[in-house]
Write a protein that binds this ligand. Structure first.
Ligand SMILES: [Zn+2]
Length: 495
């Protein structure tokens, strides 16, 4: 009896205390959020300590949230400063102006240009819940024709046998895996070879007609692997890892609430704000190509797993914060959340009050693409293009790259002979010109063995080759903060 009474008394006290705590949380939280961005870190920490002392129950969470919010907004080292309404609107206007300036460029070459996305995860990977139908629908909206999946291998499913393959609603799907730091597209199940070393795996896959690309160059030292098809020359996740402020901000559920309305209006601009020039990747690509031809591809590393959900829990006084995959992160006091988002009085347990997704498939697939010059939309034709290096990478989020062409013309006894990206040719067989056309006027930077040998501006480019070397071209557009990389070709090899 006494114990029961005590317990009832205690629980009433706790409930009353919680209500008071909740109101204080709102007041103190508002104070923290209103601190000008120029305020120093220590001020945030000091305020967080004050709150922590006053609110024994929720202090840890709230202090952490307040600190994280301030840290995030204080950082101007990276994409965080591009996530203001003004900056996002300017980016939108730049995208619209490129769209209005586009010229129709009829294809001159013998190949069809199709757009592919490599390094895509689906629900076959432990860190994605993406269903193939929704990924295919997103690919169509992003104007992608080919999806080259790369699942994290698991015991439950065989990524090759159970993976997405064939034409699904008009999109060519090819199964593959992310294994041993490589993108692996085999022609057989790799289940018996899961313990193989990277070089052994590469030779198993390549000797049976499959493809191997180096992945996540920023994480690896052993990048000179013989016999591979090529390498990522851009990886979205590598760009994301450079975003110190953004990564820090994303640890804070309240940052997601803050960004939710902007995200609705500017989903692509927010996703693509993290993009930078992949200098390290290209440096290694240039070195590799001087040893042996390598095909350059972009890695979307698409998972659709970055975001939060706010749900009503079974405890009416708390709101559950879960990650984009539904895993619970933390519980917050309902009173604090009620001041930020309306909660319907009749909402049942489990109701999702807010879902903020930073990386929907559509936006990650549109961000960057790998264009392939193919004879038709079949896996065999895709395989040929990857084998021959007939690829270029484009950041289509800023402007659609369809229409870009770059090739070599060699004048010999029989007239002009056109050679595509990926070709090898000898200067001794006749004069060579490298010619290109694009749907937008851009800055063309022609690279020989990684060094810029010519820069020109316009819809077209024409360069007479005088020296042997590995040539590739970069196209740049004016972006929000100066020149913005748009297109990166694979090389043409001149001996
Ligand atoms: Zn991945």
């Amino acid at each position: 009896m006494t114990l029961g009474g005590d317990r009832a008394q205690r629980s009433r006290t706790t409930a009353g205390q919680q209500e008071t705590d909740g109101k204080m949380v709102i007041r103190e939280f508002a104070t923290i959020m209103l601190v000008p961005f120029t305020e120093v870190w220590s001020s945030a920490r000091a305020q967080a300590r004050v709150i922590a002392n006053r609110l024994p129950r929720w202090s840890g969470v709230v202090a952490w949230l307040g600190c994280a919010a301030l840290t995030a907004t204080c950082s101007a080292q990276d994409a965080m400063h591009r996530l203001t309404p003004e900056s996002l609107q300017k980016t939108r206007e730049i995208i619209e102006s490129y769209e209005s300036q586009r010229k129709q460029v009829p294809a001159e070459g013998p190949w069809k240009t199709v757009r592919a996305n490599l390094h895509v995860h689906s629900e076959l990977s432990h860190d994605s819940r993406g269903k193939v139908e929704s990924i295919v629908a997103a690919a169509k909206r992003a104007k992608t024709d080919v999806l080259l999946f790369t699942e994290h291998p698991s015991q439950e499913k065989d990524f090759f046998l159970d993976g997405n393959k064939g034409l699904i609603d008009g999109i060519l799907c090819i199964p593959g895996a992310e294994m041993k730091g490589m993108l692996v597209y085999p022609t057989l199940s790799l289940a018996p070879f899961s313990a193989a070393e990277p070089s052994e795996l590469a030779s198993i896959v390549r000797s049976r007609g499959g493809h191997i690309f180096l992945s996540h160059l920023e994480e690896r030292m052993d990048w000179q692997l013989p016999g591979i098809t090529g390498t990522e020359i851009y990886n979205t996740h590598a760009d994301f890892k450079k975003q110190v402020g953004l990564v820090k901000a994303m640890k804070n559920p309240l940052w997601f609430i803050q960004i939710a309305s902007l995200l609705k209006k500017y989903p692509q601009e927010i996703f693509s704000a993290l993009q930078s020039y992949p200098e390290d990747y290209l440096k290694r690509f240039d070195e590799l190509c001087q040893v042996h031809p390598h095909t350059g591809v972009a890695a979307n590393d698409a998972h659709e797993n970055v975001g939060i959900q706010l749900k009503l829990g079974s405890d009416p006084k708390t709101i559950v914060v879960a990650d984009a995959l539904g895993e619970e992160l933390v519980k917050l006091p309902r009173l604090a959340i009620e001041s930020l988002i309306p909660i319907p009085a009749d909402a049942a347990d489990g109701t999702v009050l807010l879902k903020v997704q930073l990386d929907p498939y559509e936006n990650s697939l549109r961000h960057a693409g790998t264009y392939l010059l193919v004879s038709d939309l079949t896996q065999a034709a895709v395989w040929d293009a990857l084998d021959d290096g007939r690829t270029f990478v484009a950041f289509d989020w800023i402007a659609d790259a369809r229409g870009f062409e770059w090739s070599a013309l060699q004048v010999s006894g029989g007239g002009d002979a056109r050679q595509e990206i990926g070709s090898s040719m000898a200067l001794s067989a006749g004069p060579i010109r490298l010619r290109g056309r694009a749907p937008l006027s851009a800055t063309w930077r022609l690279k020989r063995n990684g060094e810029t040998v010519e820069t020109s501006i316009g819809y077209e480019s024409d360069f007479e080759v005088k020296q042997s070397g590995v040539y590739r071209v970069e196209l740049w557009l004016e972006g929000l903060e100066g020149p913005q990389i748009w297109i990166l070709s694979s090389p043409i090899y001149v001996k």
